[in-house]
Design a protein around this ligand. Sequence first.
Ligand code: KG4
Ligand code: ZN
Length: 347
Amino acid sequence: MKSVRILGIETSCDETAVAVVLGEQRGSRLTLVAETNLVSTQIPTHRKHGGVVPEVAAREHATRLPLLLKRLAGTPAKRRALEESIDAIAVTTGPGLVTCLATGTEVARTIASAWRKPLVPIHHLEGHIYANLLSRHTNAPAFLFPVLVLVVSGAHTELVLMKRHLNYQLLGSTRDDAVGEAFDKSAKLLGLPYPGGPELSKLALSGKRDAVAFPRAMLKHDNFDFSFAGLKTAVALEVERHRTSPADVAASFEQAAVDTLIEKTVRAVARYAPKTVALAGGVAANLPLRQALRETIPDRFPNVSVLEPDLQFTTDNAAMIAAAGAVRVLTKKVRSRIVVTPRPELR
Ligand code: KG4
Ligand code: ZN
């Protein structure tokens, strides 16, 4: 059995986060346990501005990250124990807000050089994907390859096929807005506070899902691409007309978004015959989407299992970054091929 302990750091957007993950490999069996998972959310700060202001976020990371590290290893004894127990430091190097990423990568680089530990650059989406395998149980979830991942975040909407660990084939992506962006923009049109996705979903609970026939874009196209800009515009027009209640607009929007994601995922399963379908990214917290995936896939493809990250690991956190780091260290693939680096020395 091989085991590694990884310190993870995430500062790509509006959550400052540190975590420690223990990764164990027995044969092909991989266990990823989040031993510590600290997240300091900047949502209340950005709510005043109706969205993330990059300069404000960067300043917040610079104050919050040292505080989180202090909570993790604030005394000399705790610091020594952490230094001795970890094998590497994994940090998000992109994609994200460049000024924000810089704080995390600078701090990670400093710790790595002071403690003489390897630095593992992690692509933020790879972190979201490996959040699926994080658990606190011995009965850990596993990827049975090929794995089809539906990546749904604030900045990305993608269908990705993995034939093995850390191997990604992009099947399709959004041509305009990401689905999380559509949730956030539609929520803003409905007068809901930032971040709009969860607020819109809450409002949708009391609405009728078939009140408005919103467009399901790209379904006539025989590909795995998405488009959500038209849906957002349709919401804007509906809100302007004032003839439907905000709850009905929210519920109908959510249904249209979920239907589109599920339909393209079903088509990708039919074409690529994966053994596992996994959900990744902030919008993976959306309950109607989780439920639709859980119901539709096993119903149409009885041999395909569905994985969803535990809710605490869906939005940005450092445990997912440390988890991806653990897989990279365990499989000796420390140079991430899909990484987007803000600083050349991390390449
Ligand atoms: O993963 P994430 O932090 O973004 C990127 O990495 O780009 O995800 C944030 C996105 C936001 O758009 C947020 O509104 C959305 O995830 N989100 C949700 C829910 N929770 C978070 N969208 C719909 N329903 C939710 N429950
Ligand atoms: Zn994210």
